[in-house]
Ligand binder design. Structure first.
Ligand SMILES: [Zn+2]
Length: 123
């Protein structure tokens, strides 16, 4: 049974990479999409499941994967705070949450906006 989630909240691409790394080590896995919607662009919703008996065997692969995906996420975050994701402009700014409703709605989220194309995104 491929029923043990070893990694959650992955991008679809990340989940695919992890799954193929496991396959290379002879560990079967399944990528499962979670029902949660995508929130604020950064958090995603795939998980990789394995047979619980392969837990120990998958540990090294998982640790490598985690440190690598942390690097990639840090790079992505850096990009999202430097460039507009829609037009690549560096003419971007952080939206002040002056409205109390904005503060509540975007709690823990930074709102970025592009001066060139008016795109808005969150980190
Ligand atoms: Zn833009």
């Amino acid at each position: 049974m491929l029923s043990k989630p070893i990694m959650k909240y992955l991008e679809q691409e990340e989940a695919g990479v992890l799954s193929s790394l496991l396959a290379q080590a002879g560990i079967d896995s399944t990528v499962k999409r979670q029902g949660l919607p995508r929130i604020f662009g950064g958090i995603s919703n795939y998980q990789v499941q394995i047979d619980p008996k392969n837990t120990a065997k998958s540990k090294t692969i998982l640790d490598d994967f985690k440190s690598r995906s942390a690097e990639i996420r840090a790079e992505n975050l850096h990009r999202l705070t430097t460039f507009c994701p829609s037009c690549n402009s560096q003419n971007i700014y952080i939206v002040e949450k002056t409205n109390p409703l904005l503060k509540i709605f975007y709690l823990g989220v930074i709102i970025h906006k592009c001066k060139d194309c008016s795109a808005q995104w969150y980190t």
